[in-house]
Ligand binder design. Structure first.
Ligand code: UTP
Length: 496
């Protein structure tokens, strides 16, 4: 599309402000702005503005009709059947041995709460060796490959902002011992931010205020980047999805994969029991026969506090953003974006509501009110103190109700979830470090070593275990017992 047609289309859509400084731009700046503007689906933005922005903030319209708790596979220690878990693990291990599973990290977030200048995956997170999040995952993925005699493919979704730095980090660290031909990076999509009247914001005179389209954008991006086709040609049909901010995550968990495969599920999830009724986590529920995640903010407090006869919380299954996704289910969920691209931007843009586009299900967008760096009408930079606009994001768990089958399994928080979200306080580098220390102390103790710890289980000395030494309590104990001379724990210990 030439610039004249593009500008006319923007004016017709009431978005002419995007080109307010066009006459003052040099050719390179004009090319930059035109390229970004051409990326935007104006019909989609109009739809989202109408349905999400021009109605009042916070009016989510989430229906709680017919809601019940989602059924869940409980851990054997919490009432689940040990034989079922053993069978699921065997199924998952067979899939790993057959090379059917790929690891998938979503690492395209902006990490604003952490406030770290760099891709979050490069953040140093382990207690002693200060390994980065990416290194921790690389070692877990390498360990799984060695264990099952089949190296895994690892797909990493980046953003436009952090893609180059992410690739560079892996190159500098020689892919942490992984085969670089099996590590694949691709960028996620972007969406423009709008003001509270639905007008697209400029970041500079020649660029839009663009931001990543949410972790739900991963399904489109997997498809658009060719990752799904690559998986298919490599015999991978099962995707182990996790977030970049969680150093405790088991990047590939055989039992989880096994439960998912046995159920022929489209997408499955791990849950942890909520720590307390008001904990701010999404909750796995069932609605119209499908698994859904309801945000804590959409559930009335009385429901959040409801209990079962045994005193446990009725809506107690907290979402921790760990999923297994069937490759073809991901392709099906990505299809509306592709269909729209093929039909051009005049197509019915209904993806903002989760309605079907061309009869195909689509993820809805959500509204997030944010401080957005922009410019004023004279072109001067504005750094707002309060939210001045809206970003649009998709959430990956919104895909769950589109899955014909969906399994939810319980996991122990201490062995799977300790995210680094904030610079300080809850879910911060210090809580993640303490949780890693506690895990090392637990594994050592379970293997028979004496470890001095405080009342919370935090050891008095520094401990760190590489996933290449042990990936869970059982494998750790095996390796520990095979050591002819046991190292002294009391002075601190790194095991690799
Ligand atoms: P968060 O919801 O914690 O967002 O992402 P964030 O952008 O990383 O951090 P804040 O809110 O700005 O502080 C959860 C996971 O989803 C990924 C993140 O990289 C993280 O692994 N994510 C999030 C994406 O990959 N893309 C996105 O657009 C958003």
């Amino acid at each position: 599309m030439n610039a004249g047609t593009l500008i006319a289309a923007y004016r017709a859509a009431g978005q002419g402000q995007v080109f307010a400084f066009w006459d003052s731009l040099n050719p390179a700046e004009r090319a930059e702005l035109a390229a970004q503007a051409a990326e935007i689906d104006l019909a989609e933005i109009a739809h989202l503005s109408r349905t999400l922005v021009l109605k009042s903030a916070g009016a989510t319209g989430v229906s709680l009709d017919g809601l019940s708790p989602a059924p869940c596979e409980h851990l054997p220690e919490n009432g689940g059947e040990a034989a079922r878990w053993a069978a699921a693990k065997a199924t998952g291990e067979a899939a790993l041995r057959a090379g059917r599973v790929a690891a998938f990290t979503v690492a395209g977030g902006q990490g604003t709460r952490l406030g770290y200048d760099g891709p979050k995956g490069t953040f140093a997170v382990t207690p002693l060796k200060k390994k980065s999040l990416f290194q921790v995952f690389a070692e877990k993925i390498r360990s799984a490959g060695l264990r099952h005699g089949k190296p895994l493919h690892w797909f990493i979704m980046t953003s436009h902002a952090n893609h180059e730095r992410t690739e560079q980090f892996f190159a500098e660290h020689r892919f942490f011992g992984l085969d670089k031909a099996r590590v694949h990076f691709f960028r996620q999509g972007r969406m423009p931010a709008v003001d509270f009247a639905g007008r697209i914001l400029l970041e500079t005179k020649s660029s839009l205020a663009l931001s990543p389209d949410g972790h739900g954008g991963s399904l489109r991006a997997l498809h658009r980047s060719g990752a799904l086709d690559l998986m298919q040609s490599e015999g991978v049909d099962t995707i182990s999805y996790f977030q970049v901010d969680n150093p405790l995550v088991r990047c590939v968990d055989a039992a989880f994969i096994g439960f998912h495969l046995q159920a022929r599920a489209g997408m499955s999830s791990k849950m942890v029991p909520k720590a307390y009724p008001e904990e701010r986590v999404g909750l796995f529920c069932r609605q119209n026969g499908k698994v859904v995640v309801v945000e804590y903010s959409d559930m009335p407090l009385v429901m959040q506090r409801e209990t079962n006869p045994d005193g446990t919380l009725r809506y107690g299954a907290g979402s921790i953003a760990i999923h297994v996704i069937d490759r073809e289910f991901a392709r099906r969920m990505a299809a509306p974006a592709v269909a729209k691209a093929m039909a051009g931007s005049s197509s019915p843009a209904k993806s903002g509501t989760g309605e079907a586009v061309f009869g195909i299900p689509a993820l809805p967008f959500h509204r997030a009110d944010k401080k957005i760096a922009t410019i004023d009408c004279a072109g001067r930079p504005v750094k707002p103190e309060n939210a001045n606009g809206v970003k649009f994001e998709m959430f990956v768990f919104d895909a769950l109700p589109f899955a014909d089958n969906s399994v939810v399994i319980e996991t122990a928080r201490a062995d799977d979830f300790s995210p680094v979200k904030n610079a300080e306080g809850v879910d911060s580098p210090s809580t993640a470090r303490d949780d890693q220390l506690r895990q090392a102390a637990r594994w050592l103790r379970a293997a028979g070593a004496a470890v001095e710890a405080d009342a919370t289980g935090r050891p008095k000395c520094g401990l760190e275990i590489s996933p290449l030494f042990g990936y869970d309590a059982g494998s750790f104990a095996e390796r520990w017992h095979s050591l002819p001379i046991k190292p002294v724990v009391a002075e601190g210990l790194y095991l690799e």
